[in-house]
Write a protein that binds this ligand. Structure first.
Ligand code: 5AD
Ligand code: SF4
Length: 475
C-alpha cells in the first residue's frame, strides 16, 4: 500500500517546480524544491520559494540542473522517512559529478533528526526546521563558504504572516492559506508536536488579505490550514481570557466567516478539524454561507474509547458520535471524511471491531487509513509496547480499506441523477475536452468542458460514477 494517498491531507511527492518562477533580481542560481507529506508542507514550500526567489533564485522542475536541491520532508510514518532517505542518496550521486550542488533538508525530518543526516550519514549540507525558513539565504551562504549549516530552532511566534507565498503548481484556481502552526495536542502516536513545535495562530487580517489577493488574481478556492483549526484563536489566551482589551478577538468560526465574506464566488475549505474542539458555532457558520464548502475532515483514529484514551485524543466514541450527529443535524448534505489508524499499541480484536462499527455507523464519504507506525520520542513509544504484529496491523487495515471502498461507491452511486455546482480546476490529462473539478462535498467530477473556462463554476448533472469520481455533463 502506498503510504500517503490522500490529496486531502497528503500531497505525495509533489514536484513543486511546476510553476517556473524567475526572480527579478536573478542571481543565476536554480532551486529545485520537492515536497513530501501534508498540505502544510506544501504550503510551507510556497513560503520557502518566496523567500529564495526574493534572494534572486529561480525555480526549476529539473533536479539535474539545480544549484540547490531542497527537500521538504515528513516524519509522520516511518515509510515517509525511508522514501526521503532513498531520494537523498540519489541526489548524493548527482553531487559527485557536481560538487558545488547544495542539498538541503527542510520540514519535520530536519527537525527530528537535526544534525544526524548531516554529520553521521553525510546525506545533506543544510538542515532547516519548519520555523527557520527566513534563515535559508544565510544558511545557503554558509554552505557556499564551505561550512555545513543547521537551524532547527522552534519558535513560539513565527507564522510567516508577512510573507506572500509563491503559488506553485496549483493551476491558479485553488490555494492553501496557513492560518496557524504547530500543535499542542500530544496525541500519543504523533510526532508533529515535536517537529512543528507549539501551536500559534496567525493574525486574521493577514489571512483575509491573502484570501482577497488570491481572489483578485483569479483564484476561486482557498483551504485554511492548521493541525487543529478549531483551536485557532487570536487575542484569546488558552484560558479563554482576552489578551489585549483594545484589540478584537477572533475564533475559528469568526475567521471562517471573515474569509467567506471576501467574495461569494470564493470557495472556502479548511483542514483539519479536531473532534474534541469542534463546536457548533463553526457548523452554523458553515451552514450560513453557501461558499463555505459542505465537507468536514474529522479524524476519528479509532472507534474504541479505551484505544482513544491510550491515543490521548481527548474524546470518547460517544463524544465523537455526538459531533457527527451535530454535523448531520445542522448540515444534512455535509460530506464527512476521517483518518484511521489500525493496530495501535494493545489494540484487541474487539477494540478493532469498534473501529469497523464506527465506520459503518458514520458512513464516511472517504477515509485516509494507515497502520500504526511507532515514532521515536512520542508518548506511545515511551509508554506502550508496539505489540500488534505487522501482519495483523496490515490485515486490519485491509479490512477497513475494503469497507470504506464499498461505502464510497454507495455514496457516489446515490449521486447519480443529481446536479452539483462544480468549480472547474483543470482539464483532464487524458483529454483536453474533459474538465475536472469538485463539488462542495469535495468529490471530483469529470465532464466535457465545452466552451467553459478553468476557474469558473458550472452545474454538472451526474450520470455515472467510480469509487473516487463522479461523471456527468454540464447542464
Ligand atoms: N502511525 C500511523 N499513522 C499516523 N498518523 C499520525 N501519526 C501516525 C503514526 N505514528 C496518521 C493519523 C493522522 C494522520 C495525519 O496520520 O491518522 O490523523
Ligand atoms: Fe498529531 Fe494529534 Fe496534533 Fe494531529 S492533533 S498533529 S494527530 S498531535
Amino acid at each position: 500500500m502506498k503510504d500517503t494517498i490522500d490529496l486531502h491531507k497528503t500531497i505525495d511527492e509533489s514536484q513543486q517546480g511546476e510553476a517556473l518562477m524567475m526572480a527579478s533580481n536573478n542571481n543565476g542560481k536554480k532551486l529545485y524544491l520537492e515536497s513530501y507529506g501534508c498540505q502544510m508542507n506544501f504550503s510551507d514550500s510556497e513560503i520557502v520559494a518566496s523567500i529564495l526567489i526574493g534572494e534572486g533564485f529561480s525555480t526549476t522542475r529539473d533536479s539535474s540542473i539545480a544549484d540547490v536541491i531542497l527537500m521538504n520532508t515528513c516524519s509522520i510514518r516511518e515509510n515517509a522517512e525511508v522514501r526521503v532517505r532513498n531520494k537523498l542518496s540519489q541526489y548524493q550521486k548527482q553531487k559527485r559529478n557536481n560538487p558545488k550542488l547544495i542539498i538541503g533538508i527542510l520540514g519535520c525530518m530536519a527537525e527530528r533528526l537535526k544534525k544526524d543526516l548531516l554529520e553521521e550519514e553525510k546525506l545533506v549540507d543544510l538542515v532547516a526546521g519548519p520555523d527557520a525558513y527566513r534563515d535559508l539565504p544565510g544558511l545557503i551562504q554558509e554552505v557556499e563558504s564551505g561550512q555545513k549549516a543547521v537551524n532547527v530552532l522552534l519558535s513560539r511566534e513565527e507564522t510567516y504572516a508577512d510573507i506572500s507565498p509563491v503559488r506553485l503548481g496549483s493551476g491558479g484556481v485553488t490555494a492553501f492559506i496557513s492560518i496557524m502552526r504547530g500543535c499542542d495536542n500530544m496525541c500519543s502516536f504523533c510526532v508533529v508536536p515535536f517537529t512543528r513545535g507549539r501551536e500559534r495562530s496567525r493574525n486574521p487580517e493577514t489571512i483575509v488579505k491573502e484570501a482577497q489577493e488570491l481572489f483578485n488574481n483569479g483564484y476561486r478556492e482557498v483551504t485554511l490550514l492548521g493541525q487543529n483549526v478549531d483551536s485557532y484563536r487570536w487575542n484569546i489566551s488558552k484560558k479563554d481570557e482576552i489578551i489585549d482589551a483594545e484589540k478584537p478577538t477572533v475564533n475559528f468560526a469568526q475567521l471562517l466567516e471573515m474569509v467567506a465574506l471576501v467574495n461569494p464566488d470564493l470557495r472556502v475549505r479548511f483542514s483539519t478539524s479536531h473532534p474534541k474542539d469542534m463546536v457548533d458555532d463553526v457548523l452554523h457558520t458553515m451552514a450560513k454561507h453557501e461558499n463555505i464548502c459542505k465537507y468536514i475532515h474529522l479524524p476519528v483514529q479509532s472507534g474504541n474509547s479505551a484505544v482513544l484514551k491510550r491515543m490521548n485524543r481527548g474524546y470518547t466514541r460517544e463524544w465523537y458520535l455526538n459531533r457527527i450527529e451535530a454535523i448531520k443535524r445542522i448540515m444534512p448534505d455535509c460530506a464527512i471524511s476521517t483518518d484511521i489508524i489500525t493496530g495501535f499499541c494493545g489494540e484487541t480484536q474487539a477494540e478493532f471491531e469498534d473501529t469497523v462499527s464506527i465506520i459503518k455507523e458514520v458512513k464516511y464519504n472517504f477515509s485516509y487509513m494507515f497502520f500504526y507506525s511507532e515514532r521515536p520520542k512520542t508518548l506511545a513509544e515511551r509508554k506502550f509496547e508496539d505489540d500488534i504484529p505487522l501482519a495483523v496491523k496490515k490485515s486490519r487495515l485491509q479490512e477497513v480499506i475494503d469497507l470504506q471502498h464499498v461505502l464510497s461507491k454507495a455514496h457516489n452511486k446515490s449521486n447519480v441523477g443529481k446536479t452539483y455546482k462544480v468549480l472547474i480546476e483543470g482539464t483532464s490529462k487524458r483529454s483536453e475536452k474533459d474538465a475536472y473539478g469538485r463539488n462542495t462535498q469535495y468529490v471530483t467530477c469529470i465532464f466535457p468542458i465545452g466552451a467553459h473556462k478553468v476557474g469558473t463554476y458550472v452545474n454538472v448533472k451526474i450520470s455515472d460514477y467510480t469509487t473516487t469520481t463522479l461523471i456527468g455533463e454540464i447542464v
